[in-house]
Ligand binder design. Structure first.
Ligand code: M6R
Length: 595
């Protein structure tokens, strides 16, 4: 995710922002940039690539300096020098760095263009300096213009703005992270704590709706109710701890980002209607999903959902096997799912499909990756960079996009679609409730951590959920875990059951419910410990199992999202108890670029 920095103080601003941006590199980025307001003009430098070797050697005149900086993780528009931040207004008098997504940028941009504004980049961010420029004309001050401008914005933002001739920074926060470091005679804004620790350990965590006006040695925070006072907190973390926001591992941090990821990905496709051009799937006879690993499991869940809601047949293929089939030209849509956009097998499957003249579409997390270049259509997930090798938040984001596709292509009535969307919108809060009770899952992990084999079972949507639960468990805890359709147990795997093989069962309150309870009885009769994941309104299941992980009630078709978050935590805590190297499991790589 993008990193932003803003500095006003006595040090040389460009040096401060570059050094601070280097502390945000762990967030992932593809380009960087900074701006300095020197009183007469704004000096800007921005570039694709790494900032790690960038240094400013030349000395500037002493006195107060005002600078902003940014590491960009592309969302709207490919990684390029032009799309890198900062972005400016027409006359290059105002510059802005931004983290977040302005969901209504396209209508704002059209409106501003019709008023004569000239845009240079493909980014959503660029509307912000232009809006400030527009509002400045009828405002008494820079700060009044910014306050007026943010009223037009929808989506999420943390941004810092400067003006060429003002010794002032104005920062606004709404649903994206922003902190203010309060030093002696200097102030520094940043997306995250590591960027400020070199200068101060006194931090204000800003709230949504906060607007900060920072001037030499002083600041004011206002929101819609007027001036507000926020506590200054003292940070005692090392810089390394701070990169993980205090979480012990990136994986745990990323699991905890799931509510934000669901919101951002939904925000990308759902406004007052579903923003998805159905032409990518026009006239198709079937969808063939190609993917690997966790993305493949997202595809399996997508199959159930798209077939059920849209009535379109879906096949899901391991990308590594796709090439060995006879690829039949026709009206199939080949849907690649890949977090990195660089998985060699998935890319090869997409290329093979293209060679046969088939239409391709990819669900991708990394903007500018190869999958985005070789596919006819691209649907982005908005998970942000995922550092931990184990995919967590990117999987949840992939599911959200698959649900959106299914709803968009379905013949459901407007009302029925609305109900599904409303329930999707309630999921961030429901996921948060699971995260708030993660201690309970840690307790269950303690029971599992001594075993060397675990069986995950489910039916219907519960089956691919079980597969993904097992994959998470095996890759980070090194416990051998298998996902099975519950109905298949009797056809072989029963031989493995017994007191040494616990069974984790996915319980959905749909047409699979009764039969799953029967299967659990059969498993219990073989003396396996049984752990269920089920919704918190389901009390009956407690009579059948040893332990239950309860997730908030939702529509059965959406349950894989909540159950999967619980499984991510279960795997995480089990691996932690076993002392595994969680973020970089042995023998695995984040991006598998060889076949
Ligand atoms: O980047 P991709 O989504 O294409 O990666 C696919 C798999 O390599 C990936 O999901 C892998 O299975 C993860 N380590 C699972 O946590």
């Amino acid at each position: 995710m993008c990193g932003i920095v803003g500095y006003i103080g006595f040090r040389q601003g460009d040096q401060v922002v570059i050094s601070s941006l280097k502390r945000l590199e762990y967030r992932g980025y593809d380009s960087w940039g900074y701006a300095v307001a020197n009183g007469k003009e704004i000096e800007i430098k921005k570039k694709v690539g790494s900032i790690s070797a960038v240094e400013v050697k030349e000395k500037r005149a002493e006195g107060v300096t005002v600078s902003i900086g940014h590491t960009r993780w592309a969302t709207h528009g490919k990684p390029s020098d032009i799309n890198a931040h900062p972005h400016t207004d027409c006359d290059e008098e105002i510059a802005v760095v931004h983290n977040g997504i302005i969901t209504n940028f396209s209508s704002l941009k059209n409106e501003l263009i019709s008023e004569g504004h000239i845009f240079r980049s493909e980014t959503d961010t660029e509307v912000i300096p232009h809006l400030i420029e527009r509002c400045y004309k009828d405002s008494k001050s820079f700060e009044e213009a910014v306050i007026k401008a943010i009223k037009f914005l929808k989506g999420s933002y943390a941004f810092v703005a400067l003006k060429k001739d003002e010794k002032k920074l104005i920062a606004c926060k709404y649903k994206s992270p922003l902190i203010l470091g309060v030093g002696d005679g200097e102030l520094i804004f940043a997306s995250d704590v590591p960027a400020i620790l070199e200068y101060t350990n006194r931090v204000i965590y800003l709230n949504d709706g906060d607007i900060v006006i920072a001037e030499p040695g002083k600041y004011r925070i206002i929101n819609e109710r007027g001036e507000v006072v926020r506590d200054i907190e003292l940070i005692h973390w090392s810089i390394e701890d701070a990169e993980k926001s205090g979480y012990e591992h990136f994986m745990l941090k990323e699991i905890n980002e799931n509510p934000r990821v669901i919101e951002d990905t939904l925000g990308e496709y759902v406004t007052d209607k579903i923003e998805l051009d159905p032409s990518f799937a026009a006239g198709i006879s079937e969808i063939v999903i190609v993917a690997c690993g966790t993305s493949y499991h997202a595809g399996l869940i997508g199959k159930y959902v798209i077939e059920k809601l849209a009535g379109i047949p879906v096949r899901v293929e391991y990308a590594s096997e796709y090439n060995y089939h006879q690829i039949i030209p026709g009206r199939s849509l080949i849907l690649g799912i890949t977090q990195s956009g660089e998985t060699a097998d998935t890319l090869e499957a997409l290329r093979a499909a293209k060679r046969m003249g088939l239409r391709t579409c990819s669900i991708v997390n990394v903007v500018g990756s190869t999958a985005t270049k070789i596919s006819d259509h691209v649907l982005f997930t908005r998970a942000g960079p995922e550092i931990s090798v184990a995919a967590t938040k990117s999987f949840i984001a992939q599911l959200i996009v698959l649900y959106i596709i299914a709803i968009k292509l379905s013949p459901l009535t407007r009302q029925e679609k609305k109900e599904l969307i409303e329930e999707l919108k309630s999921l961030p809060e429901k996921v948060q409730r699971i995260l708030d009770k993660q201690h309970d899952i840690d307790e269950i992990a303690k029971k599992l951590s001594n075993f060397e084999n675990i069986m995950y079972i489910g039916r219907g949507l519960g089956f691919p959920t079980a597969l993904e639960g097992a994959l998470k468990m095996k890759e980070i805890s090194y416990i051998h875990a298998e996902g099975y359709p519950a109905g298949e147990l009797k056809h072989g795997p029963f031989a493995l059951l017994g007191e040494n093989t616990p069974v984790v069962a996915v319980i959905n309150r749909d047409e699979t419910y009764e039969i799953m309870l029967n299967n659990i009885k059969e498993v219990k009769a073989r003396e396996s410990l049984v752990i269920a994941v089920s919704d918190d309104k389901d009390e009956e299941v407690d009579n059948f199992v040893d332990f239950a992980i309860k997730t908030p009630e939702t529509l059965p078709i959406l349950s894989p999202i909540l159950h999967s978050v619980a499984f991510q935590l279960l795997a995480y805590f089990t691996a932690r108890i076993r002392g595994c190297e969680i973020d970089k499991p042995r023998n695995l790589a984040k991006s598998v670029t060889v076949e």
